[in-house]
Design a protein around this ligand. Structure first.
Ligand SMILES: [Zn+2]
Length: 183
């Protein structure tokens, strides 16, 4: 595979995650399809999380501050997979970069880490329909989400098992799971 010259120039011909110059190749950061330059070790562990060697990823201490959004996205995802909350808390991502990072998080880790339950303890999943069990004023939106309102096709708020997201009155809002019942 040929590596784009722009990528080689930007990276200084080393892995943009760990600085190694061995077995370099381009890694495409989905879903935006921007490339970063990675070494064989990083690539193998990114693509097969069962091979993760946490000691290798101390390199993220530096690369998490990269000026390249795609590098930060990969750093964020790896820290998330390794459940390194301290480092995640230190990272600052612009909103669109955060959304990009979140879009590529492996779902099984998501589900392992957090369980979302309604007011009865029933597990909630992406795409479920829930019913609001008490009137809820919606901050900033200027209306009340009424008791009995069905919210279809919910999504789970990442890293917060107490909130889901869905549309009420055509507005996308976050709702506390303790005020919801799965229908
Ligand atoms: Zn590397």
């Amino acid at each position: 595979m040929t590596i784009a010259q722009t990528l080689l120039d930007r990276s200084g011909n080393v892995c943009e995650l760990c600085g190694s110059n061995e077995d370099l190749s381009a890694y495409t950061v989905t879903p935006k399809d921007e490339e970063i330059l990675v070494c064989g070790t990083c690539k193998e562990q990114i693509e097969d999380n069962s091979k993760i060697d946490e000691s290798h990823w101390h390199c993220l201490n530096d690369s998490m501050w990269s000026e390249v959004d795609a590098v930060k996205v990969v750093a964020y995802r790896m820290l998330f997979i390794m459940k390194n909350q301290d480092m995640l808390d230190m990272m600052y991502l612009e909103e669109d970069v955060q959304a990009w990072a979140d879009a590529g998080l492996p779902e099984e880790v998501d589900e392992d880490a957090l369980v979302y339950r309604d007011s009865n303890g029933v597990i909630l999943a992406h795409g479920d329909t829930v019913v609001i069990i008490k009137d809820l004023p919606v901050k900033g939106a200027g209306f009340t989400a009424k008791q009995g309102t069905a919210v279809r096709n919910i999504s789970l708020v990442p890293n917060d098992e107490t909130h889901i997201e869905g549309r009420v009155n055509g507005v996308k809002i976050q709702l506390k799971t303790c005020f919801l019942k799965k229908s």
